[in-house]
Design a protein around this ligand. Structure first.
Ligand code: NDP
Length: 254
C-alpha cells in the first residue's frame, strides 16, 4: 500500500509535469480534429479513439473507489456520481454523437490520453477510496462544497451546451467541414466548451478539496488553454470576418 507521503509526492510531481507541458502544448498542438496531421504515425477511427481513451477514466476511478476500505459517506458517493456522469457522457454518448465520419486520430494521441486518464482516474479514486479522510455529513453545508458544486454544474452545463452547438454546426452525418460558431457564449469566446470544462473541474477540486482533484483541475487548464488558443488562431486564419473582439477561452481576458 502506498503511503500518504509518497502519494503526495507523486501527485505534486504529476502537477509539476502538467505545468512543464504548458509551453510544449502551446508550441505543439495535439494533432486531432482540425489540427490533424499525417506525420504522427498510425491512426485509428476518431470516434473509436474517443471511446477507448475516455473509458479508462471511469474504470480506473471506479475500481479504486469501490475496492477501497474507506467508508463511503454521502459526499463521497456524490463525487463518484459526478465523475461517472461526466465520463459516461464523454466516453460513450459524446463519441456516438460526433459528426466526424471518416476522420481519424493518431494512435499516439489516443495512447497518451489513455495514460493521462489512467493516472488521473487512479489518483482520484485511490484518494477517495483509501487514503483521504472520509467526508463527514457536515461537508454537505461547507461553503467549499456548495461553491464547488455550483461551479461544477455550471461548467458542465456550459461544456455540454457548447459541445452540442459545435456538433450541430454540421447539418449532416457525412459533413466534416467547419463553420463559424455564433450565439450564446460564442459571442465572447471561440471555445466555450473548453471554458466550461475548466470551470467544471475547478469546481470539482473545490468541492472535493483534495490534492488529486486539484491536479485534475491543473491538467485540464494546462491541456485546454493551449488548445483553445490554437483553435482561436485557426478560426482567425480561416474566417476573414471572424469577430475581432472574441477571445479564445476566458471571457474578456484570453
Ligand atoms: P472541439 O471544439 O475541437 O470539437 C468538438 C466537436 O465539434 C468535434 O467533433 C469537432 O469536429 C466539432 N467542431 C468543433 N468546431 C467546429 C466548427 N467550427 N464547425 C464544425 N464542427 C466543429 O473540442 P475538442 O475535440 O478539443 O474536445 C472535445 C471535448 O473534450 C470538449 O468538451 C473538451 O472540453 C473535452 N476535453 C477535455 C480535456 C481535459 O483535459 N479535461 C482534454 C481534451 C478535450 P472535428 O473533430 O472534426 O474538429
Amino acid at each position: 500500500m502506498i503511503t500518504l507521503v509518497s502519494f503526495r509526492l507523486l501527485t505534486w510531481t504529476w502537477i509539476g509535469i502538467a505545468l512543464l507541458l504548458i509551453p510544449v502544448q502551446v508550441v505543439i498542438t495535439a494533432p486531432y480534429g482540425r489540427h490533424s496531421k499525417t506525420s504522427w504515425g498510425p491512426t485509428i477511427d476518431n470516434r473509436l479513439g474517443w471511446v477507448l481513451m475516455e473509458i479508462v477514466s471511469p474504470l480506473a476511478f471506479g475500481y479504486f473507489f469501490l475496492t477501497g476500505d474507506n467508508p463511503k459517506t454521502g459526499p463521497a458517493w456524490l463525487l463518484f456520481a459526478l465523475w461517472m456522469g461526466h465520463y459516461l457522457n464523454r466516453s460513450l454518448i459524446f463519441p456516438l454523437r460526433l459528426r466526424t465520419a471518416g476522420k481519424r486520430m493518431p494512435v499516439a494521441i489516443a495512447a497518451s490520453a489513455v495514460f493521462f486518464n489512467l493516472v488521473n482516474g487512479s489518483l482520484n479514486g485511490y484518494w477517495l477510496g483509501t487514503l483521504g479522510a472520509p467526508y463527514s455529513s457536515g461537508w454537505w453545508t461547507d461553503p467549499r462544497f456548495l461553491a464547488g458544486l455550483s461551479l461544477f454544474l455550471t461548467g458542465a452545463a456550459i461544456n455540454n451546451w457548447a459541445d452540442n452547438r459545435l456538433i450541430h454546426l454540421r447539418r449532416q452525418k457525412d459533413d466534416t467541414g467547419y463553420r463559424m460558431p455564433s450565439g450564446g457564449l460564442f459571442r465572447f469566446l471561440s471555445c466555450p466548451n473548453h471554458f466550461g470544462e475548466i470551470i467544471e473541474w475547478t469546481g470539482f477540486a473545490l468541492l472535493a478539496w483534495n490534492l488529486p482533484a486539484l491536479a485534475f483541475a491543473v491538467w485540464t487548464a494546462a491541456n485546454l488553454i493551449p488548445r483553445a488558443l490554437a483553435h482561436h488562431r485557426w478560426y482567425r486564419a480561416h474566417f476573414p470576418d471572424y469577430p475581432p473582439k472574441r477571445k479564445a477561452v476566458i471571457p474578456g481576458v484570453l
